[in-house]
Design a protein around this ligand. Structure first.
Ligand code: UDX
Length: 469
């Protein structure tokens, strides 16, 4: 078969957590709707979780029926299926980095051998340490997909600069960092945990991953050019860089694929009974853990604030693994205005007119979804990239308010911040700014919007390179 007729075929593998799976699935759909074949790989444990709420043969069965060429496969992570991977996520992840590369290597080799008439390439999560080596071994183009803001990418990319200036792992919270290309100025307290906290295990793999990502052929970012333009253009000087976010909202495929790892409680009816803008949505994403003390202060703050709220109190919200982390009597006391659920469809909730604010840990997907819906935020970062994401929300875009950190959190402060965001004098300003950002983000995914154009440009550049190597 002539080289020109070969079909481009992506082998995609994300980190096995909701915050990464969601954007990866969206990227797969968007690429498939451009005529690219996909082999989407999940860990067996993720597949097992996903198949429970959805009862589908696999995640992409509907997509395939609608004509998209998305194949689905699972690989082992080397752990038994019933091992509780959420109880100590960082320990599991550190072990996974040892076990996974050989499984991936073998899998990629098999895919290539079984389909010699395609032009394979790799799309892997930027946090993995093995993509460059696998790409080199099988002579594949290597596309890194970064699922956090470009600002976080840039800081990790320039770790050497932070070290040179003595700003790596420093406790001096207020020291200023103003020399990272395209980044403006930020404080040490704005750095992600791996760059600022001694003993943070994420650094063990992130720093290696960011050496490796420098070898990628293309880097895709789940962000929007207009909201991080300086950072993105600085990065583009080092490697071909494309802002294609918010990826979940930018596709042309009409197939709805539920990416949720958990069964969702339908709260539409409850929201329908509440006045417009009156409900605060509270969620700390899918993976982070905090203490029972923090949960208690937030609960009491919600009680004192007297606002309506929905709180996603999912399993493993604290490291103790206790199922019952809320203060005694809390649920009964707030039952006329507060709803506690284990999991919900967050985007539907944020889109509901009753929701007027989001108390969030600032996971990037939550931030992006809140921006998409024009909902201002109260920011309580716990770890990872969340302190940096808060900086963007609070300082750069001014669409949120800072709740501080666990060490200083107290219930009166929580109640006061909730009142400021939901009904205080500043509330109007936050809503106005959130409305402007919402427009910017939505424009990016309109026809001729920046993310649509960047995605198109990426597909062309990729195709050219695939056919010339
Ligand atoms: C992880 C990291 O913790 C975060 O710092 C990083 O930016 C992304 O990866 P996570 O903590 O799960 O993510 O937070 P987030 O990025 O906000 O992703 C959570 C996802 O779960 C969102 O897409 C959200 O819509 C979804 N979700 C959450 C639900 O659908 N229902 C819920 O009830 C709660």
């Amino acid at each position: 078969m002539a080289e020109k007729q070969k079909k481009a075929h992506a082998i995609m593998i994300s980190m096995p957590y909701q915050g990464h799976i969601t954007p990866f699935v969206s990227l797969a759909l968007n690429l498939a709707s451009k005529g690219i074949a996909i082999t989407f790989v999940h860990l067996e444990s993720v597949h097992h979780k996903l198949s429970k709420p959805h009862h589908k043969p696999d995640l992409f069965s509907d997509a395939r029926q609608s004509g998209l060429d998305i194949r689905y496969a699972t690989i082992s992570d080397g752990f038994p299926l019933d091992y509780d991977r959420d109880l100590r996520p960082e320990l599991y992840w550190t072990a996974l980095l040892q076990t996974l590369p050989s499984y991936v290597d073998e899998f990629v080799g098999n895919v290539i051998r079984s389909d010699p008439h395609s032009l394979h390439f790799l799309i892997a999560d930027t946090v993995y340490v093995w993509p460059a080596a696998v790409a080199r071994k099988y002579n594949l183009l290597n596309v890194a997909f970064w699922t956090s803001p470009a600002l976080v990418f840039s800081l990790l990319y320039h770790l050497d600069l932070l070290k040179e200036r003595g700003h790596f792992l420093r406790e001096d919270d207020e020291a200023e960092i103003d020399y990272v290309p395209g980044v403006g100025s930020l404080r040490i307290r704005d750095l992600m945990s791996s760059l600022s906290k001694r003993g943070d295990v994420t650094g063990n793999y992130l720093f290696k991953a960011f050496q490796e990502v420098k070898k990628a052929d293309f880097v895709l970012h789940n962000t929007v050019e207009e909201v991080e333009s300086d950072t993105l253009s600085a990065l583009n000087r080092y490697q071909p860089t494309y802002a294609v976010g918010p990826i979940g909202f930018s596709g042309t495929s009409n197939v709805a694929v539920s990416k949720s790892l958990h069964a969702e409680v339908d709260i539409t009816k409850w929201l329908g009974s509440k006045p417009a803008g009156s409900v605060l949505y509270v969620s700390f994403g899918s993976v982070v853990q905090t203490s029972k003390g923090v949960i208690g202060e937030i609960a009491h703050g919600l009680r004192l604030s007297e606002v309506n709220f929905i709180w996603v109190a999912r399993a493993h919200l604290t490291a103790s693994g206790d199922a019952d982390v809320l203060p005694a009597g809390f649920v009964e006391e707030v039952e006329d205005r507060g709803l506690i659920v284990p999991w919900c469809d967050q985007i539907s909730v944020l889109s509901d007119p009753a929701v007027g604010g989001f108390l969030t840990h600032c996971g990037w997907n939550s931030v992006v979804e809140s921006m998409w819906c024009g909902v201002p935020m109260i920011c309580f970062p716990v770890t990872y990239d969340q302190p940096t994401n808060r900086k963007l929300v609070v300082n750069d875009w001014e669409i949120g308010i800072d709740l501080g950190d666990a060490a200083t959190l107290d219930r009166e402060g929580v109640a006061e911040k909730i009142r400021i965001l939901m009904s205080g004098d500043a509330s109007e300003r936050f809503r106005r700014e959130a409305g402007k950002v919402k427009q910017m983000v939505r424009d990016a995914v309109e026809a001729d919007g920046s993310s649509v154009n960047n995605f198109h440009r990426f597909v062309i550049d990729l195709d050219k390179k695939l056919r010339s190597t």
